[in-house]
Design a binder for this molecule. Sequence first.
Ligand SMILES: O=C(COP(=O)(O)O)N(O)CCCCO
Ligand code: NA
Ligand SMILES: [Zn+2]
Length: 311
Amino acid sequence: SYVNTREILDKASKEYYGVAAFNINNLEFLQAILAGAAEKKSPAIIETSEGAIKYAGMGDYFKGARIFVNMVKEFANDLDIPVALHLDHGKDFNIIMACIKAGYSSVMIDASHYDFEDNLRITKDVARIAHAAGVSVEAELGQLAGIEDNVEAAENVLVNVDQAEKFCAESEIDFFAPAIGTSHGAFKFKGEAKLDYDRLKKVKEITGKPLVLHGASSVVQEYVKIAEEHGADFGGSKGVPSDVLKETVKFGINKVNTDTDLRIAYIAGLREYLDNDSKQFDPRKYYKVAMDYTKQVVMDRIDILGSAGKI
Ligand SMILES: O=C(COP(=O)(O)O)N(O)CCCCO
Ligand code: NA
Ligand SMILES: [Zn+2]
């Protein structure tokens, strides 16, 4: 069934497990994600960046938002698992409004590159409007380094715990994304993957809200290897190890944003297929391995985060 994201995350926050939020740009990733989540009897949060919405609508983001709402609802209505659709990194007020109007379950207002007062003011405005339309809201404090899609920042700025308290108390948001040392993309750490668990624990205690981890992909080396065996160059790629991910869930992370892991699994499967079948030109065939690997990553991630059977 198609649900409000709060239904999924309030339960996860109470019971201390994580729910992956998987990014999509097209039909094939959506099919792979929902197949994996359904098989694991897990809730599923589908999310789209502003770039994905412009991509799907061929520049018309009202159309793009409606396309994703209709695709997700069509599948969700026939599934026994709860499915939500979320706008990831909403920055453009018009796109946020288009998603609310189209029927998204939740929207992120990402004003984290503004100063604190402006971030709080903008977030309060969006929360008031979204809530009036029955849509839940995510916002972020601190910044992730790394450039991906149209989401970029110079360097890591870790969340300030005192600011988090004021921000969560006054902004009326439903989910909160504290920056604790991750970054977007496939090259997250030069050395060891270290996240600020202490800051995370304090934010959970103080806010009591469902928390979001951005830049949470693990960059699974099994699929990096397959992609590189078939011509990819992902040298130096490193993500959040699964044991570190489990620690963040233990300390209160509930929504685990995952884009890069699906992208790597998909391109690994596509490269492998194209190298092995020079005669094929049916997209339902040559996307198959890509979708199978993506589904496998979805199921593995659900096992790591503990959301299997939580419906
Ligand atoms: O936080 C994340 C997940 O990041 P990643 O999957 O790279 O670790 N996202 O918000 C996904 C989209 C980033 C911009 O395209
Ligand atoms: Na988000
Ligand atoms: Zn993010």
